[in-house]
Write a protein that binds this ligand. Structure first.
Ligand SMILES: Cc1cc2nc3c(=O)[nH]c(=O)nc-3n(C[C@H](O)[C@H](O)[C@H](O)COP(=O)(O)OP(=O)(O)OC[C@H]3O[C@@H](n4cnc5c(N)ncnc54)[C@H](O)[C@@H]3O)c2cc1C
Length: 473
């Protein structure tokens, strides 16, 4: 047995783990980072970056389909070349992974431990069969894995997850995607635009991360106008056959249908990677999913010397949050027991569909509808959006009567990634709707749509204010 003793042991060399390693070393402590799977991070290998590469090709193909509406004629047709599309996705993906690998190579070999780790007790990790790491503090940063609903197992070897999509050499003829969450929507729409026949099935009605019923319904309708999407599907049977998977289902019109696809893609959420860690060997308090209970400001698990960062803590499964949490956890592990809260930013999430979906700050579902005003804009008649032929969308901004404080927003629409950033910056700066309206808006830009929603909110805030004054008089 090879024994290693360290100040800080970090389990997982993903975005959170690498940030934790850098922070612990910067704080002057010895740290080791333990990785069981391939180096390169989920984001670069099979997550954020390859998905956006696929979307880039899909969006380019889609734009040409709308050229005639702009008065442009295409001589000949644009045909996706599946092999060329996948070759670029992999080539560029490998480039991004290369940057991560270079960063890993820069870590001294003595700080890199290869193998899957599990806890033997509160101070010891077993790594593979032959290595043991004794630590003063530890950071759990093991990420998450796709959840597979048992029903989908019937698809046999044709059941795949996002990782497998980015290993394709060519595009298939037809797929069924299960789960209209972020990953399912992005992959489903991109594959559809690249000429793959796509059926996207969900359960219970959610569409992406949206919780505002009007925005969610608008999103479902918009996306459904492009490809088959049933967010609350009734699946009767899944059967693997010699030449594909047969899915029997009741369609949106209530008719029984059967569909043959090449692959079933499971995109039904992700599960924190805690199962292999043998956390039961520690004194950590676990929630019902087996995830240690932790403080989101310090990332500390209970009052222990163990920290948890990134997707594995099941709180904010996003790249920038994983990076922030890794830094906070790594620094606190190094400073232990002088633990302090780190900077947490305004909540911000974007889904790279077209139109994009975005959420900022408090979710509608977490607000009391009686105690907010909702400012609204439709992008259907918004000037710049119409000019660009991208006039589909709905934005709701939420504000607090009395203070006029901006609380959050949910939207589908053009340039949502940019509008969401403006809103997130406003939220973190604790701006009121009135202050936000004092900011400049150029003409003609999509952001003028945001101004319309803010003006609507301001009008409703004034009405609330007058009502309260009348009630008091
Ligand atoms: C298809 C897809 C698209 C996405 N798109 C976006 C996006 O557009 N924007 C965004 O913000 N986020 C996106 N995400 C989410 C983002 O990728 C994650 O939030 C982020 O990568 C999480 O980083 P992490 O460090 O927590 O986990 P990871 O990067 O997964 O790192 C965890 C590491 O731990 C290792 N490990 C696990 N168990 C053990 C063990 N017992 N011992 C040793 N090592 C172990 C794993 O092998 C892995 O390398 C996307 C994700 C997917 C899947």
């Amino acid at each position: 047995m090879h024994n290693i003793t360290t100040d800080v042991a970090i389990i997982g060399a993903g975005t959170a783990g690498l940030a934790a390693y850098r922070a612990a070393v910067a704080a002057g402590k010895r740290a080791v980072v333990i990785e069981g799977g391939p180096y390169g991070t989920t984001c670069a290998r099979v997550g954020c970056m390859p998905s956006k590469l696929l979307i880039a090709a899909a969006d380019a193909a889609h734009v040409t389909a709308r050229w005639p509406e702009l008065g442009l004629r295409l001589n000949g047709s644009v045909e996706p070349d599946g092999r060329a599309v996948m070759a670029r996705v992999k080539r560029e993906r490998d480039r991004f992974v290369g940057f991560v690998l270079a960063g890993i190579e820069a870590i001294p070999a003595s700080d890199r431990v290869r193998g899957y780790a599990h806890f033997l007790d509160d101070r010891t990790l077993q790594v593979g069969d032959a290595q043991r790491v004794t630590f003063a503090q530890a950071v759990i940063a093991t990420g998450s894995s796709p959840s597979i609903p048992p029903m989908l197992r019937a698809a046999g070897e044709r059941l795949i997850v996002n990782d497998d999509v980015f290993a394709w050499d060519d595009l298939p003829r037809a797929v069924a995607v299960f789960g209209p969450g972020v990953i399912g929507l992005e992959l489903g729409q991109a594959l559809h635009r690249l000429g793959v026949e796509v059926h996207l099935f969900g359960r219970g009605g959610p569409v992406g991360p949206l919780t505002d019923p009007q925005v969610r319904d608008y999103a479902a309708q918009t996306l459904r106008s492009e490809f088959y999407l049933d967010a609350d599907a009734s699946i009767d049977r899944i059967e693997s056959t010699a030449d594909g998977v047969v899915i029997a289902f009741t369609d949106l019109a209530g008719h029984a249908r059967a569909l043959r696809v090449d692959y079933v893609i499971a995109a039904a959420g992700r599960t924190p990677n805690v199962r292999g860690l043998k956390l039961e060997h520690t004194s950590l308090q676990l929630d019902k999913l087996g995830v240690p209970v932790f403080d989101p400001r310090t990332l500390r698990c209970g009052d222990s010397h163990i920290f948890i960062a990134g997707d594995v803590n099941n709180a904010l499964p996003l790249l920038h949050e994983a990076a922030d949490e890794g830094s906070i956890a790594g620094e606190n592990a190094a400073r232990f027991p002088a633990v302090r809260p780190g900077l947490r930013r305004a909540p911000l999430a974007v889904v790279f569909t077209d139109p994009q979906l975005a959420m900022v700050g408090a979710r509608y579902a977490d607000l009391d509808p009686q105690r907010i005003v909702v400012g609204e804009v439709s992008f259907e008649d918004q000037g710049r959006s119409r000019v660009m032929l991208r006039n589909r969308g709905l934005l709701h901004v939420y504000a607090e009567p009395g203070t006029g404080r901006f609380l959050g927003a949910e939207m589908i629409g053009p340039e949502a990634e940019h509008i969401a950033h403006l809103l997130a910056w406003a939220l973190q700066s604790q701006l009121t709707i009135e202050r936000m309206l004092e900011m400049p808006f150029y003409h003609p830009v999509v952001e003028e749509g945001l101004r319309t929603a803010l003006r609507d909110a301001q009008k409703k805030l004034m009405r609330c204010c007058h009502r309260e004054e009348r009630a008091a008089a």
